[in-house]
Design a binder for this molecule. Sequence first.
Ligand code: CA
Length: 366
Amino acid sequence: MPQQRQLPVPPNWWLCHTEVVHVSNFIVRLSTLAACAGALAVAAPAVAQDEAGFQAYLPQLRAQAIREGVRPATVDSVLPTLTYNARVVELDRGQPGNPQSTRIPPFAPYKARHVDAARIGRGQKAYAANRAKLSRVEATTGVPESIMVAIWGHETNYGSYTGNFDLLRSLATLAYEGRRRQLFAGEFVATLKIMDRGIPRETLKGSWAGATGNPQFLPSMYLRLAVDGDGDGRVDIWNSQADTLASIGNYLLNAGWRAGQPWGFAVSVPASFDRATLTNRLVSPRCPRVFERHSNWRTMAEWRAAGIVPQGRSWPADDVLATLMEPDGPGQTAYLLTSNYRVILDYNCSNFYALSVGLLADAVER
Ligand SMILES: [Ca+2]
């Protein structure tokens, strides 16, 4: 799902409910769990997470929606149908909690699973079936047709699974649960606004965390960036392939895609290569652990002069900038990554995701 759909996870949110017990932003070890449990027990008034509490919270969501201009009739058609969804909270709490301690696995097995013959084959069919629409989108956005197809393939396996959670129920539950109330209340209201635009409630299904439709946009992302690709006047990322692909293209254009540049490509690094000079000293404010795996920026001419050799393609223009990443370490396939790779990271901030999207796009086009 797009980066904006990635959920900002406050440090240590998994330890205890931050509204009841404040946990500092410093490293808190798992042993603190016991302390949190104790604190929860004494912190009064502890609000039980249950149906009654959920129902008592809903008027707040109603007020916010009305304040933000949702039609009262829309709000009132939805609110009486909502119930607390304990499963969503369970899934939210099951998210990886402490990425600092997670060892980074090798890329090769991930690639084998995500850029496999079946996904390439389905991508080639989708690509062939949508060429006319795709070339129109590429002409207006500069985003290669194959990249749009590869994102679609990664997000929902070309629309074959888009999620079955009732968005409004999930988002209201997560807003009530409270750890990221502002985010989820905002997405809840955005979902109501989508209904105001004529999309029926039963269409608004998605992942437990609110990503919806073929491109797995958050509702606010839909409002901002989804577009009508087939010209029927509706922006339907749930049923229309043209709208899906055009919306992905528009997303990537908005995130800064540069026409005419590759996302990156595989390279061989000479055994004698001096990595000491490559360190990237900038710390990204956004998902820093993803960006810290990239070298500093150099031009293609500089990489060539350093002995890097492209695998199975020629060099792009000399002045195109790229970083180097060696996901499986020295001696294995490495990648030069342009600013367009960063745009894919904007959709989903994971190196494995972005590399797989790029490689799937290349395979689909082949
Ligand atoms: Ca349409």
